[in-house]
Write a protein that binds this ligand. Structure first.
Ligand code: UDP
Length: 237
């Protein structure tokens, strides 16, 4: 019997697992930007993002970060622990870019004196508005203790990923994380891929991420393939 489709997101579908503790994430070829305003099918993106996410999640697990990753079932389907998603996106920034540059009027690539952490409400209807910690706790989206755990994990993940991508001659500019609760523990969920990170080539500054799609820079999949090639070469495991 086919597994029940639980949820269709913009680039992934979630199916029920064979038991109550797991689910199956299917990475699709759909790409969207501008909160769904721009859409395309990029043939092969699902396979690339699934493999990149699985390499990064294995690396993070090996280095003490609990994630929802269990194993790959095939090229696009990941078996994951079933989690209750915490309804905030955690954004980590090492350099100014994207909405940060726009909002605060600083050129992309401006160095930051400290790592920036931001929280946004996960809501397509409201356009993922930024939230501060007192707003998050006031609405019961997460407790202060859960926020501290997510911040601590986000900073540890940033240190681990920055070091790995540095070995790939890639600057990890910024990225988005999602967390969920599994057996009352907070675990890293969702994906980490060029769809959710900004990657710049260290030597040339070339963008190797979804900004190629958002900004019509061309050869989106070539850039994703290059990230995967360098990750495999760096042998993180
Ligand atoms: N990001 C994401 N999903 C979102 C919003 C942001 O994966 O819904 C990622 C984005 O790819 C980038 C980082 O989070 O790596 C920071 O994004 P930013 O706030 O600059 O927003 P954007 O410029 O993408 O609108």
């Amino acid at each position: 019997m086919a597994n029940e489709l639980l949820y269709t997101g913009k680039s992934k579908s979630v199916y029920a697992g064979d038991d109550n503790h797991t689910c199956i994430l299917e990475f699709r070829d759909s790409a969207t930007a501008g909160n769904g305003a721009k859409k395309a099918e990029l043939e092969g993106k699902g396979v690339l993002n699934a493999e990149i996410t699985s390499i990064l999640y294995r690396y993070l697990e090996k280095n003490g970060i609990e994630t929802h990753f269990v194993k790959m079932l095939d090229e696009t389907r990941m078996l994951a622990k079933k989690v209750d998603i915490i309804n905030v996106e955690v954004i980590v920034r090492n350099l100014a870019a994207g909405s940060f540059s726009k909002r605060y009027g600083v050129p992309e690539g401006t160095p930051l004196k400290n790592t920036v952490l931001e929280f946004c409400l996960k809501s397509d209807e409201l356009g993922d508005p930024m939230m501060n910690e007192s707003q998050i706790t006031a609405l019961g989206i997460a407790s202060q203790k859960e926020l501290e755990t997510m911040k601590d994990m986000a900073l540890r993940i940033n240190a681990l990923l920055s070091a790995l991508f540095d070995r790939c001659d890639i600057i990890l500019v910024d990225f988005k994380l999602e967390f969920g609760k599994h057996d009352d523990r907070i675990v890293l969920a969702d994906e980490i891929s060029p769809d959710s990170c900004r990657f710049w080539d260290k030597a040339t500054g070339k963008k190797l991420d979804k900004d190629r799609f958002r900004r019509d820079l061309g050869d989106v999949l070539g850039a994703y393939r290059e990230v995967l090639r360098r990750l495999k070469h760096a042998q993180p495991l």
